[in-house]
Design a protein around this ligand. Sequence first.
Ligand SMILES: Nc1ncnc2c1ncn2[C@@H]1O[C@H](COP(=O)(O)OP(=O)(O)OP(=O)(O)O)[C@@H](O)[C@H]1O
Ligand SMILES: Nc1ccn([C@@H]2O[C@H](COP(=O)(O)O)[C@@H](O)[C@H]2O)c(=O)n1
Length: 231
Amino acid sequence: MENGAAPTAPAVIVAIDGPSGTGKSSTSKAVAAQLGLSYLDTGAQYRAITWWMVTNGIDIDDPHAVAAAAGKPEIVSGTDPARPTITVDGVDVAGPIRTQEVTSKVSAVSAVPEVRSRITELQRSIAASAPAGIVVEGRDIGTTVLPDADLKIFLTASAEARAARRNGELKGADVNATREALIKRDAADSSRKTSPLAKADDAVEVDTTDLTLPQVIECVVTLVEEKRAGK
Ligand SMILES: Nc1ncnc2c1ncn2[C@@H]1O[C@H](COP(=O)(O)OP(=O)(O)OP(=O)(O)O)[C@@H](O)[C@H]1O
Ligand SMILES: Nc1ccn([C@@H]2O[C@H](COP(=O)(O)O)[C@@H](O)[C@H]2O)c(=O)n1
């Protein structure tokens, strides 16, 4: 290099999609941390807007009411993979967005086109300003939000494996009920009209059912490195 500085790798955009509990967040955070990239949890953004709707008494079963309120909350995502944050109107909602109430209502809110266009715009602007690149995880990143991503991954796993993983977090929960809830949420997310949960045609599918988390992370890191090397 003319100025003697070490060459820097060009920014890389990685889209990781898949159904609930396939390991998107755990994998994306670890891959981003390992490769020095930013990280965006788009599910947290949909949960945050859902939390705001519930807190402000919006009837989430009324798409017109949800659409009319979609532009009101200010949602801010922190993209450090070691410490991702999410605030709504300056309030830290990292805990409240994980309640059962929000989880059961988020699919209805995220199906409203006005909500999706608002959040999609936010996601694109965050991705465009990530200095070294970013790992963005969700349901429609490869198909709709970042269709020109450098690498698209679609994670899958059996419903049984996903329910067992979730039950490892929810001590004492009924694994059958957990599995049914995952299947119901995936069905709602896959069948909505606007940017449903779907694998992009050019995404690499990774079935994580029989893989450990470190194996999935290594697989994705290798795919990113190969992409960067132009293979
Ligand atoms: N390959 C794996 N093997 C075992 N456990 C895993 C694996 N991948 C993730 N997990 C565990 O499964 C749980 C769910 O993972 P994670 O939250 O990353 O999934 P997700 O796809 O982001 O889910 P959601 O879409 O519901 O947010 C976590 O407890 C995580 O540690
Ligand atoms: N790109 C995305 C990401 C998420 N959603 C909706 O948010 C819900 C919660 O997502 P988690 O990853 O936190 O479980 C999810 O069930 C979808 O309804 C979305 O629509 N698009």
